[in-house]
Design a protein around this ligand. Structure first.
Ligand SMILES: [Zn+2]
Length: 196
């Protein structure tokens, strides 16, 4: 492994752990919603195909950052969002897949950026791109593509046709691409002012 990539490991591990914990914690909010119901046991859903698929989809979207650090983080976020299934281990009624929602995306952006750097909008974008690419692979793999996308405002799972995977992934690439563009413009401006 290159020295440069090695230096990124602590950042990647820390942001991924926080994202994973946030998703598991957010799933607890599903207990409070009136639309809660019995949950399926999540253990059966964890397999290599799922994990590999989510990682790959996340890496593809994250590639738009043109930065190994943010591409890898996006890939990990796309896998770890499924820790919102953790609530099912407690055998309580809850709304399933809480983190498969825009609300979780917003919370993840706010928390990650306040912990790791308020100006690190590429990290915020990675959280949102990770979410979108996760939904994309869930739809693509055809297992279960219904998400409570607008919770806590609309607490019912919305079913997406499998073909919609492409829109979710395009949106994920766009989020990463726009953040990357803004970043490179800022770098250019800084260089200009440094020279002036
Ligand atoms: Zn999922």
């Amino acid at each position: 492994m290159s020295q440069r990539l090695k230096k990124e490991i602590p950042f990647i591990v820390k942001t991924s752990l926080l994202f994973c914990a946030l998703s598991a914690a957010f799933s607890v909010a599903g207990i409070l919603l009136p639309e809660k119901a019995a949950l399926h046991n999540p253990v059966g859903g964890l397999n290599l195909h799922e994990i590999g698929g989510h990682l790959f989809w996340g890496l593809v979207a994250g590639a738009a950052f043109m930065s190994a650090r943010y591409a890898i983080v996006t890939g990990f976020f796309a896998v770890l969002i499924d820790s919102d299934h953790a609530i099912a281990l407690f055998h309580v009624d809850a709304l399933a897949r809480m983190s498969h929602s825009f609300a979780f995306g917003a919370i993840a952006i706010a928390v990650l950026m306040s912990v790791f750097g308020k100006r690190d909008y590429r990290l915020g974008a990675a959280a949102f791109a990770g979410l979108l690419s996760h939904l994309s692979f869930d739809a693509f793999s055809g297992g279960d593509s219904s998400f409570p996308l607008f919770t806590p405002f609309y607490n019912h799972a919305i079913m997406f046709p499998s073909a919609d995977w492409v829109y979710f992934e395009i949106a994920a690439v766009a989020v990463a691409g726009v953040a990357s563009l803004i970043y490179s413009r800022r770098v250019l401006e800084k260089e200009k002012t440094a020279k002036a």
